[in-house]
Write a protein that binds this ligand. Structure first.
Ligand SMILES: Cc1cc2nc3c(=O)[nH]c(=O)nc-3n(C[C@H](O)[C@H](O)[C@H](O)COP(=O)(O)OP(=O)(O)OC[C@H]3O[C@@H](n4cnc5c(N)ncnc54)[C@H](O)[C@@H]3O)c2cc1C
Length: 516
């Protein structure tokens, strides 16, 4: 923020800023105080975070060619999804899926063998695709005549006022798209021993022989799938009694059963101590159920224990912006913060940390902040997927939540196994299934949960119906489904509705299923 010596570098900064002025930016003033330079600038819009918020800037600058925008991101441009989230992880998971498909081919009488996995090539491919896209975005940001692109960390100093680099910038409209970052639990010895996160794992080129993943959620599950398919010995250690606790218990149980064929999964275990030993990194985990300690030794550790807010860096409190107890920025139903015309979207609000939610919230911000509409945000059908083997996808309410909200007597559950459709049988998907929850009187879809191939694609049919007026499954029932396609399993789940007791009775009766 402050420069001690008025040197040529600072002249360069001023010249750059003056060039900015020539492009239409308003520089309020420069103050030269005993060698210190303060640049003060006012913008029409300040955007922090170059992920989903960038779509807003693009739309706004197209509409208003003279708009003056400050775009700030301390990290590589493109946001978490591109630089260290969805996209790199899915670029890695696809080769993992290939490995598992090749392995399964034996079941079908096809005897193949994986001779060698070039782990560095898998990682390099991911990095080159990501870097290509980052560079495209960086170029676009640097060359835009509307945008001043700041690559420093920024923080509020007062309402509508931020410090960034050597500048103090202000705007009456600010979009906070500051995302989230890995949360690191305070485990004894963890920092000293060293660990990877979902950010830093993207930089490795050598596969660890063994890896202990602390955390049992979706990031742990996806990286567990990837690393084990590449050949690492993986142990997942989760605190929660349920593996991937956000899912329906049946889904989690089956996912655990399937993944345990290749990965050691400890649930209900809390890692309490980590230390470096000659054999590797030693983790001491405490079984919260039987109170016993277990030791796991691995070459590397990946911490995947959730995400935390970036408010400790941004200091929204200095701008009068309210946050919740975990520091996530509180949005009203229009995505506005407690400070008028300061808007928030994406992970920064801590609600549903998915890219498609961030994109959706960006749309709501656009309607309300830019077009001055009054559109309420609507989270009734937020889908998500976990790209493990098998894949998991889910939307809206789980059974327990539906019972709590509507009462057990007012809901019906549909269940159908992939294997009971022609395509599912062809694919030998013995246990995979679709579970749907509907309102008994109207057929309104309340939730759906799928475990099996293409779950993320299959669920979309249901999500789309949840955006119709009645949200009923009836159109799906009426529509022809291509035979014999996997989509038949979704249709059949809705055709096999039963009361919750009957559903649980069915699960018990079929106790050969690994989900009860
Ligand atoms: C491993 C992993 C896998 C994922 N997989 C999926 C998936 O498959 N599907 C899915 O939907 N979602 C997935 N996600 C979640 C998804 O990536 C995020 O929900 C989404 O990218 C959030 O976007 P955003 O616009 O809120 O933040 P972004 O704009 O993407 O990120 C915020 C940016 O702001 C910067 N910033 C923050 N504070 C400051 C500050 N004070 N000064 C300057 N810069 C700042 C940050 O450094 C960051 O670059 C995954 C996440 C991870 C970590």
């Amino acid at each position: 923020m402050f420069c001690n010596v008025f040197n040529s570098a600072i002249c360069a900064v001023i010249i750059t800023r003056l060039n900015g002025f020539a492009k239409g930016f308003s520089i309020k003033c420069f103050l030269y105080l005993s060698g210190c330079v303060f640049v003060m600038k006012e913008y029409d819009l300040i955007l922090i975070g170059t992920g989903s918020g960038m779509e807003l800037v693009e739309a706004m600058t197209q509409e208003k060619p003279n708009l003056r925008v400050a775009v700030i991101d301390k990290d590589e441009p493109g946001g978490i999804c591109l630089t260290r989230g969805c996209i790199p992880s899915k670029l890695l998971l696809y080769p993992a899926d290939i490995v598992r498909t090749v392995e399964k081919s034996r079941e079908f009488g096809i005897h193949t063998e994986i001779k060698r996995i070039d782990f560095k090539a898998v990682m390099d491919r991911m990095r080159s695709i990501i870097n290509r896209d980052i560079n495209i975005i960086r170029n676009g940001l640097s060359k835009s005549k509307n945008i001043d692109y700041y690559t420093d960390q920024t923080e509020f100093t007062a309402p509508y006022t931020l410090n960034v680099g050597n500048a103090t910038i202000t705007s009456r409209m600010i979009f906070l798209c500051t995302g989230s970052r890995p949360s690191i639990p305070p485990i004894e010895g963890l920092i000293e021993t060293g660990y990877l996160t979902s950010d830093t794992i993207l930089r490795i080129s050598e596969l660890p022989h063994s890896i202990a993943i602390i955390g049992g959620g979706y990031i742990a599950a996806e990286y567990g799938h990837f690393l084990s398919a590449m050949g690492s010995k993986v142990t997942i250690i989760g605190r929660n009694p349920q593996f991937i606790p956000e899912e329906e218990p049946e889904i989690s149980a089956l996912a655990k059963w399937e993944m345990q064929k290749r990965v050691t999964i400890l649930t209900n275990h809390e890692v309490r101590k980590v230390e470096a030993t000659p054999e590797g990194k030693k983790l001491t985990a405490f079984d919260r159920y039987n109170k016993k300690e277990t030791e796991i030794v691995a070459e590397e550790i990946l911490v995947a224990t959730g995400r935390r807010s970036n408010s400790d860096i941004l200091h929204p409190e200095k701008a009068g912006i309210a946050t919740d107890s975990k520091g996530f920025i509180i949005a009203d139903e229009y995505m506005q913060t407690s400070q008028p015309n300061i808007w928030v979207l994406g992970d920064a609000d801590g609600k549903f940390m998915f890219k498609h939610v961030a994109n959706y919230e960006a749309r709501i911000v656009y309607y309300n902040a830019v077009l001055n509409k009054k559109i309420k945000v609507d989270y009734h059908a937020v889908p998500h997927a976990v790209f493990t083997d098998p894949e998991i996808a889910s939307v809206a309410l789980r059974e327990k939540e539906a019972v709590e909200k509507y009462g057990k007597d007012n809901i019906l559950i549909g269940f159908f196994k992939y294997a009971d459709t022609a395509k599912g049988e062809a694919m030998a998907r013995k246990y995979d299934f679709v579970k749907v929850i509907v309102k008994r009187d109207t057929g309104k879809i309340l939730g759906a949960h799928i475990l099996g191939p293409q779950a993320s694609v299959l669920i979309q049919e249901i999500v789309n119906l949840m955006y119709t007026e009645k949200q009923s499954f009836e159109p799906l029932n009426e529509a022809m489904h291509i035979h014999p396609a996997l989509s038949e399993v979704v249709a059949r789940a809705f055709q096999s509705l039963m009361i919750p007791d009957q559903y649980h009775h069915y699960l018990e009766e079929h106790s050969n299923l690994p989900i009860v």
